[in-house]
Ligand binder design. Structure first.
Ligand code: NAP
Length: 235
């Protein structure tokens, strides 16, 4: 399987719905080898043939579970020697006033949105080479505050800080760390939130189409921090 080992696919972590699903679909349209993972993906089997993952599809991995992250990365390493890039498009919202947030939901939010992002980053690093990229999604909530968003703002600011520090650590290896701070993109994360109009937001496929193009940039081009808003600006 030497040709398989030599291919450098892109990993989309969080490709079950929303932005990540659209990124995976658009990478497929761009004919880029890509693998998605999320809770609702297809079950994969490490059959010992060195090819557990078919390109273009989303596979099952609950990133809140350390054992599943380690098992997935182990199987991925049996299939490929390196990755061109990784999109971190998984995450969840938690939009309540601070007095309404139970400690358990606060903890669960940080396990997924921060701890899992750290763990996956750490485990995937041996597959990255000079020119590879790591793309993290922060948010407008990663540089300013919003009401009923203490947990979300805290996790988005934390992702931005994590990425800034990682960028400095990986600079000498030529690995690019890209942070995108999107404004409102209409996905499930907005459903049920009052005071917002779908028409004011970026359609998810427009955003996914744009985000996928980061994988087509020449290795020597490095957009490190990108703010991106719908036409009405910050909603
Ligand atoms: N939409 C926006 O306006 C916006 C703006 C700025 C930043 N963001 C950020 O972008 C990211 C994606 O959000 P979205 O709007 O696309 O929301 P979404 O449609 O709810 O997508 C969430 C993604 O995370 C995956 N996921 C959730 N829990 C997971 C778990 N335990 N393990 C593995 N995958 C998991 C979901 O797939 P499964 O359900 O299959 O697990 C899905 O692919 C979030 O981090 C969000 O904060 C969104």
């Amino acid at each position: 399987m030497s040709s398989e080992k030599e291919s450098k696919p892109i990993l989309v972590a969080g490709a079950g719905s929303g932005i990540g699903k659209s990124v995976l679909e658009n990478l497929n349209l761009l004919s880029r080898d890509a693998i998605g993972i999320s809770r609702t993906g297809a079950v994969w089997k490490n059959a010992g043939n060195g090819r557990p993952f078919e390109y273009g599809k989303n596979f099952q991995c609950n990133l809140s579970r350390q054992s599943e992250v380690l098992e997935f990365v182990g199987a991925l390493k049996s299939q490929v020697n390196s990755l061109s890039g990784v999109y971190f498009t998984f995450g969840s919202g938690l939009f309540k006033s601070v007095d309404q947030i139970a400690l358990e939901e606060w903890n669960a939010h940080f396990v997924l949105n921060l701890n899992s992002l750290f763990l996956l980053t750490k485990e995937i690093l041996p597959l990255l080479r000079a020119g590879s990229f790591l793309c993290y999604l922060s948010s407008t909530a990663g540089y300013q505050g919003f009401p009923n968003s203490t947990a979300y703002c805290a996790s988005r600011h934390a992702i931005a800080g994590f990425a800034k520090a990682l960028r400095e650590e990986l600079k000498s290896q030529g690995i690019r760390v890209i942070t995108v701070y999107p404004g409102a993109v209409y996905t499930d994360i907005w459903k049920g939130r009052e005071g917002f109009e779908q028409d004011d937001m970026i359609p998810v496929d427009d955003f996914g189409k744009w985000l996928a193009t980061l994988a087509t940039l020449p290795d020597a081009v490095y957009p490190d921090e990108i703010r991106l808003l719908p036409r009405k600006g910050i909603l």
